[in-house]
Design a protein. Structure first.
Length: 273
């Protein structure tokens, strides 16, 4: 399966943001996104055991560096991107290490522990993406880091119920204890004021990362970061939607409609001029 098809089938908010890019950068970021999607799908596969998952992720660690017999076309395309944009192989390996954490870790004691995971699966993705988008001010790296944390925290809030079905709880144990909301409460899908307060706390944390990213983004790079800004706008709207609905995330899934997403795209495109 080629990169464009992988991206289309994902129906991701990130893929939607690529509409703002020129043809060449859109093609290249699509290849990188397909890489991220493929390794994430390996870790989430219900058809592979953990040993097979680790073996396939190890193969990708090798393929980002050198050609191996029988490798998919995507591997060659990813190496071409590495050469073209002088991408950090270490950063690609961080992304692989992030999805691999899901094979052995299903609970996080503190937010600092969770932050490592968020950095690997989201901020590292942003740090590679901005090399493809193109930027002038090195401050864009901190922007990508903070925005990645914001997006991943929003994902974690949105997917509490879905992750629970997979036996995973990303909400830090220290946060559950702070609001006297136990893991058994969560597994029983107990919706009460303590749960709402817990979600409000996590939402405030996500918003703090969004605010830091907005404050750091250099003026001269606002146009080149338009795809990232579209993502940020869509996820801020998603966060707001969940908050207004008092976080019914244990019983329903939240998404923005296509019209709302297109509105965010148009608004960010207009702001870039």
């Amino acid at each position: 399966m080629n990169a464009a098809k992988i991206t289309r089938q994902s129906k991701s908010n990130l893929a939607l943001a690529f509409i703002s890019l020129g043809r060449e950068r859109k093609r290249d970021i699509t290849i990188f996104y397909a890489f991220c999607r493929v390794i994430d799908d390996i870790a989430d596969s219900s058809e592979l055991d953990d040993a097979e998952k680790r073996q396939r992720l190890a193969a990708w660690r090798e393929m980002v560096r050198v050609e191996i017999p029988g490798e998919p076309t995507l591997a060659h395309d990813v190496r071409r991107l590495i050469d073209k944009y002088r991408l950090s192989i270490d950063m690609l390996e961080e992304i692989i290490a992030g999805v691999e954490m899901d094979l052995s870790i299903s609970r996080y004691a503190t937010f600092e522990d969770l932050r490592i995971y968020c950095y690997r699966v989201a901020s590292a993705v942003g740090l590679v993406s901005i090399e493809i988008f193109g930027y002038r001010n090195p401050a864009c790296k901190e922007y990508a880091l903070q925005l990645g944390l914001a997006l991943q925290m929003t994902n974690i809030i949105r997917d509490v119920g879905k992750d629970l079905r997979k036996g995973r709880i990303y909400l830090p144990q220290e946060d559950l204890a702070r609001f006297s909301y136990s893991e058994s409460d969560l597994e029983s899908r107990r919706y009460n004021e303590r749960f709402v307060q817990l979600m409000e706390f996590e939402t405030a944390r996500a918003r703090q990362f969004f605010s830091r990213a907005a404050a750091i983004l250099p003026r001269e790079d606002r146009r080149s970061m338009i795809a990232a800004e579209i993502m940020g706008a869509v996820y801020r709207d998603l966060l707001r939607k969940m908050e207004i609905d008092k976080f019914r995330i244990l019983e329903k899934e939240y998404r923005l409609g296509k019209l709302a997403k297109m509105g965010r795209i148009v608004a960010q495109l207009l702001k870039s001029f």
